[in-house]
Design a protein around this ligand. Structure first.
Ligand code: C2E
Ligand code: MG
Ligand code: MG
Ligand code: MG
Length: 258
């Protein structure tokens, strides 16, 4: 209840900001996209993890306002980078199930794009498979978003209760393998077998695959061997603020300019 009271004030008091984590092409080491992650520094309580406050925002309905702020901020920042002549990259935004169930979602997203001027191919949406909702509602919502030109990724794949069912029913573009499977990939034959199979399955379904939580060179090597195109994790970069990412993109722009 204490958190809820603080959370209600947080938007107006501008206590949130976004950090961005590069998603990297495992073969070229080039940045292929960014995922934005919300951060909250509460003046009295200090840093509070999204894993702790997003569930409260969902229960209280505050997620609508917070989620819209995240979408707007991510699109606005992406336009700033693009207008500065940096490489154009898609930014992925995490959507909570409450937002996804909101029938006005696609209209809201579209008006945010109009307001910021960001073309739809530079916004990706990440959904999690733990979202409890009927298949028809969810696939209708997804189809509507996809018609507008957004790519959709299934986040934390493999940790929910119906991963395969979701793959069957939902028109997604990308599978993000949960970091729980990546940890100890080299040491655990079980994890290795699961990850290898997930990657092969994703390819058969014409999905792009991202491995989350890649922390070591060893993990990267195994993932490359299995044909995983995209990786994300502390090994390449932790999430960083917009300024830092701008610097990274600037360097990257210089290395790829002929
Ligand atoms: P997620 O979308 O699966 O994001 C990946 C999480 O893994 C992030 O945690 C990121 O900081 C962390 N991570 C990245 N690389 C590594 C690594 O190499 N090792 C380890 N151990 N962790 C790594 P974070 O930022 O604490 O976010 C946690 C979750 O909170 C996210 O998981 C997402 O589900 C949710 N979340 C974050 N931002 C938002 C948001 O704006 N809206 C919504 N609805 N949910 C959000
Ligand atoms: Mg995510
Ligand atoms: Mg994830
Ligand atoms: Mg997660």
């Amino acid at each position: 209840m204490e958190l809820e009271a603080y959370l209600r004030r947080a938007i107006g008091q501008q206590e949130f900001h976004l950090v961005y984590q590069p998603i990297v092409d495992s073969h070229t080491n080039q940045i292929a996209g960014l995922e934005c992650l919300i951060r909250w520094h509460q003046p009295q309580l200090g840093y509070i993890s999204p894993a702790d406050f997003i569930p409260i925002a969902e229960e209280t309905g505050l997620i609508h306002e917070i989620g819209e702020w995240v979408l707007m901020e991510a699109c606005r920042q992406n336009m700033i980078w693009q207008n500065a002549g940096l490489p154009k990259l898609p930014v992925a935004v995490n959507l909570s199930s409450r937002q996804f169930k909101d029938s006005r979602l696609s209209r809201k997203v579209q008006s945010i794009l109009e307001e910021t001027g960001l073309p739809p191919q530079y916004l990706e949406l990440e959904i999690t498979e733990s979202m409890s909702m009927d298949v028809k509602t969810a696939s209708d919502a997804l189809n509507e978003l996809k018609k507008l030109g957004f790519k959709v990724a299934m986040d934390d794949f493999g940790t929910g209760y119906s991963s395969l069912g979701y793959l069957k029913d939902f028109p997604i573009d990308k599978m993000k393998i949960d970091q729980a499977f990546i940890k100890g990939l080299k040491q655990s034959p079980v994890n290795a077998a699961i990850v290898h199979t997930m990657i092969a399955m994703a390819h058969k379904l014409n999905l792009l695959v991202v491995a989350e939580g890649v922390e070591t060179e060893e993990e990267l090597q195994v993932l490359k061997e299995y044909g995983c195109q995209l990786v994300q994790g502390y090994y390449f970069s932790p999430p960083a603020n917009a300024e830092k990412i701008g610097e990274i993109l600037h360097k990257y722009a210089l290395t790829i300019t002929p």
